[in-house]
Design a protein around this ligand. Structure first.
Ligand code: GAP
Length: 459
């Protein structure tokens, strides 16, 4: 196995074994590209969302939140352009029935493509005859109510952004916001992707974290640059190695139909550099489109300047699943260590998550299952949970093995209650990265851990 394939395989296997991510409907053979998040996976995703929300909404005066419906009036998707242009060119093999994206086929993404005697490309899988390319809309359709006809067709939203545009006036008026200001939203989006893959990197059901930042037209360039930097640094602040991140401006022919400029934040995954998040200058496209299609005025009147204008929009659009996967990939490490007791070299698997992102912050162990240590450890669990720290209690097995199990899921701190705890109230606190242990007064442990969390830096 190539090292990069090997690394993805190890991460996928760890995710299943330790309860981060499972194949959806696994007992029925699974459903292609659909995944379920297990106990540690939901905590990881929750931390990703909290870190995003805290930085984008709670920690700012100029951004407010929204939670709009997944099902929206079909006219929304006509106005946004999704009904007419949100499609990929598709080619089918008449023989083996495989389906390919025409542009990916040309790029050789499915393997070498041979031209037949008629000069037309042949199927890279079976050498069969291929159909002409035809446009395939990526939106999932369903029906509202019992009658399944065109009049009742609705779409599962392919992005969270449109719910923000259609609520622009509602939010600006009710929250008394004036440009520059943003509306943030996270939630499920659905795309009938032709080639999903690379685990949760590209799926058909996924969660987005998007913010539309409405600005006076002449300030759009300034805010575009601001949000590119801000979003890039967010990944670094949350523990992703800077050397694995880059900014990639879109070429003119890559830009979405609504955009005059877009820069992707990319990560170097085991399968190559790929998009993590896009920051786009959407101009006034969406508000103007919705004004035209709905007949409702979505411009803004500046009371101070006594002028009316349609705000331009800067949009940082990220994927929650893709971010969680990036944190997992970036955190994964294998370390060779010499075991003094056995004299052997052992491999320690460790997820070096930022403590803010780790599913468990402190694992609490009684050294042995007697002498009152479990009761003392459980009381500490309650205290730490009360201080807002995510904890996990474990009294099974040798202490070394308990440490290793927590290293493998990225728990930054392990706390052990031992004989000395019962005498002087101190506990042992072990650091995941350095593996160093130190004694800390039990009553001070929560504050001590919180201070360590804010000082944490990736080596
Ligand atoms: N509103 C703009 C928009 O939706 P996008 O680049 O299509 O832009 C934004 O999507 C982000 O959503 C992507 O950078 C990616 O992180 C995530 N995303 C998009 N499609 C995805 C898919 N099929 N599976 C997982 N995440 C996806």
């Amino acid at each position: 196995m190539a090292p990069e394939t090997d690394l993805m395989a190890k991460i996928v296997s760890l995710c299943k074994r330790r309860g981060f991510v499972f194949q959806s409907s696994e007992i029925y053979g699974g459903l292609n590209s659909c995944y379920d998040y297990g106990p540690l996976g939901v905590e990881l995703k929750r931390n990703v969302k909290d870190a995003w929300w805290n930085s984008m909404v709670t920690g700012r005066e100029d951004v407010v939140g929204l939670d709009s419906a997944i099902l929206q009036h079909p006219a929304v998707w006509k106005a946004s352009g999704h009904l007419d242009t949100f499609s990929d060119p598709l080619i089918d093999c008449k023989q083996c029935k495989s389906r390919f994206r025409a542009d990916h086929l040309q790029e050789g993404a499915y393997g070498e493509v041979r031209d037949g005697d008629d000069g037309r490309p042949r199927c890279p899988k079976c050498d069969g005859e291929l159909t002409d390319a035809r446009q395939f809309n990526l939106m999932f359709k369903t029906f509202m109510g019992p009658v399944e006809d065109a009049a009742n067709t609705v779409y599962m939203r392919p992005e969270t952004a449109q719910g923000i545009f259609t609520n622009f006036v509602n939010v600006a008026n009710s929250a008394r916001m004036k440009p520059p200001f943003g509306i943030a939203q996270m939630g499920k989006s659905f795309r009938n992707e032709i080639t999903p893959g690379n685990f949760v990197f590209r799926t058909r059901e996924f969660e987005q974290m998007e913010m539309e930042y409405f600005v006076p037209p002449d300030e759009s360039e300034k805010w575009f640059e601001y949000w590119v930097e801000e979003r890039f640094e967010w990944y670094v602040r949350n523990g992703v190695r800077r050397s694995k991140l880059r900014q990639r401006p879109h070429a003119q022919d890559e830009l979405a139909h609504y955009s005059t400029g877009c820069i992707d934040v990319e990560y170097e995954f085991p399968f190559g550099w790929s998009e993590l998040e896009g920051i786009a200058n959407r101009t006034d496209f969406d508000l103007k489109q919705h004004t035209e299609h709905s007949g409702k005025d979505l411009s803004f009147f500046d009371e101070v300047e006594k002028s009316r204008y349609v705000p331009h929009v800067i949009e940082p659009a990220a994927g929650c699943d893709r971010t969680a996967m990036t944190f997992l990939v970036d955190a994964y490490d294998e370390e060779e260590r010499h075991n003094e007791k056995t004299g052997k070299t052992e491999t320690r698997t460790v997820l070096r998550f930022h403590p803010r992102i780790a599913p468990i912050t402190v694992a609490v162990f009684p050294l042995v299952k007697k002498e009152g240590m479990p009761d003392r450890a459980r009381a500490i669990v309650q205290e730490l949970a009360g201080a807002g720290l995510r904890t996990f209690y474990d009294q099974k097995g040798a202490i070394g093995r308990r440490y290793r199990r927590q290293d493998e899921v990225g728990t930054p701190y392990c706390l052990t209650v031992d004989g000395q705890t019962l005498e002087d109230g101190t506990v042992t606190l072990r650091d995941r990265d350095s593996m160093e242990q130190q004694r800390v007064a039990g009553a001070e442990v929560a504050g001590f851990v919180q201070a360590k969390m804010s000082d944490w830096r990736r080596e």
